[in-house]
Design a protein around this ligand. Structure first.
Ligand code: PLP
Length: 413
């Protein structure tokens, strides 16, 4: 290849400024190799051959170029660049799972004696990580209401370093006000972290509302087809590169290149999938609201949702692909029997406890994702025995409602 060709190849890898998120989702990444592959390559290598000892010494000192895949890998780096571009942050760092992204966050920013304020309604394992694992190391966490800002304000202490929120939540789709929480965090000298797993940057860009760090379980919608695990933190370079990068090199819960490659491809269709799945979810939610067997439907795009207007403002006018509904039932036992009947009558939906797939998934939170809580804790969280969660996929919407109708139309028979 002539030097001219090489210059042109690299010039094309420099995207013009001002591209829109959908374009960045398809085009952002490292420059292609000398072969000019159009689809990003999968670099399955643990080490990188150096041209000479001096260059090797420089690269190890700077940690910028490729030396060893616990430090960085070109496929992982392409994913990080693309996700950061979509979130509108300077940088991103990928992790093996969503949980290890939160672990990296805390290892990087907290020490014994520090305090965290966290919504009570975040993902259950996140609650455990703060309440059990980090408590062991002297980090205390106060859990507060998802929606009552006064509780967040009252929980602030001089030692508060992080506010951790997730919006919308699972399974009740409660929405918190990101801009207001950012104001509370910054007023107290703390950082706001938002778990953006459910809405994804296709619908919600928390940095635009003042969030400092955006966390992802890429296992869900970023993959979008239920294949691999992954996670990430997105934020300013001074945190991602200077704080989390060195911690990651030491602790090593890096994302595998193959998983990074799957997620990189997932990002290309994220916007299309999120919009299509949100539209389907809204159609299913409206249909469920019209069913006499259903007491209540939880979905941000419905006018009946308590934070409907806030959700529409924060989430690009879309509700996301997860909804829940509560069946009528005189007693918890009757409600549970009704929920199990609906689930067991399905023939198309997957009975599983995951979400973010093109295949629709039906879940009974009270006996699965929230099964280890006491009945009292479940009541406080609003997770009754008659509650069913749906992660709406890409099947024809009438096949989804027909599948639910099999059970709904035969209740109490
Ligand atoms: C799944 C999930 C996590 C944890 O991610 P893993 O990839 O399973 O480790 C964190 N937050 C939310 C909102 C999730 O749905």
């Amino acid at each position: 290849m002539s030097q001219n060709d090489e210059a042109r190849r690299l010039a094309r890898a420099q995207l013009p400024a001002g591209l829109r998120p959908e374009t960045l989702a398809v085009r952002t990444g490292l420059a292609p190799s000398q072969h000019g592959e159009n689809s990003e390559a999968l670099f399955l290598t643990s080490a990188y051959v150096q041209p000479d000892a001096q260059t090797s010494a420089q690269r190890f000192a700077a940690s910028e170029d490729f030396t060893y895949s616990r430090t960085s890998n070109p496929t992982v780096r392409s994913l990080e660049a693309r996700l950061a571009a979509m979130e509108g942050t300077e940088a991103a760092i990928a992790t093996a799972t969503g949980m290890s992204a939160i672990l990296l966050l805390c290892l990087g920013l907290l020490k014994s004696g520090d305090h965290v304020v966290c919504s009570r309604s975040v993902f259950g394992t996140t609650v455990n990580l703060f309440a059990k694992e980090f408590a062991k190391f002297g980090v205390e966490t106060s859990f507060v209401s998802q929606t009552d800002l006064a509780e967040w304000r009252a929980a602030m202490r001089p030692s508060t370093k992080l506010l951790f929120a997730e919006t919308p939540t699972n399974p009740l789709t409660d929405v918190c006000d990101i801009a207001a929480l950012a104001g509370i965090a910054h007023g107290g000298g703390a950082l706001l972290v938002v778990d953006n797993t459910y809405a994804t940057p296709a619908l919600q860009r928390p940095a635009e509302f003042g969030a400092d760090i955006i966390m992802h379980s890429a296992t869900k919608y970023i993959d979008g087809q239920g294949r691999v695990m992954g996670g990430a933190l997105c934020g300013p370079s001074r945190l991602i590169k200077d704080v989390f990068g060195p911690v990651m090199r030491t602790v090593g819960m890096v994302l595998a290149p193959f998983n990074a490659w799957v997620l990189l491809k997932g990002l290309e269709t994220l916007s299309l999938r999120m919009r299509a799945q949100s539209e389907q979810a809204l159609a299913v939610a409206r249909w469920l609201e019209g069913r006499p067997e259903v007491a209540r439907v939880f979905y941000p795009s419905l006018a009946s949702h308590p934070q409907h207007e806030l959700a529409m403002r924060q989430q690009s006018g879309q509700g996301g692909a997860v909804l829940s509904f509560e069946l009528k039932g005189e007693t918890p036992e009757a409600a549970k029997a009704a929920a199990f009947h609906i689930i067991d009558s399905t023939r198309v939906l997957s009975i599983a406890t995951n979400l973010g797939d093109t295949k629709s998934i039906i879940t009974h939170p009270a006996t699965t994702s929230h099964g280890r809580l006491s009945e009292e804790q479940r009541q406080a969280a609003g997770i009754g025995q008659g509650l069913i969660r749906l992660s709406v996929g890409l099947e024809h919407v009438d096949d989804i409602t027909d599948d639910l109708l099999r059970g709904l139309s035969t209740l109490n028979h």
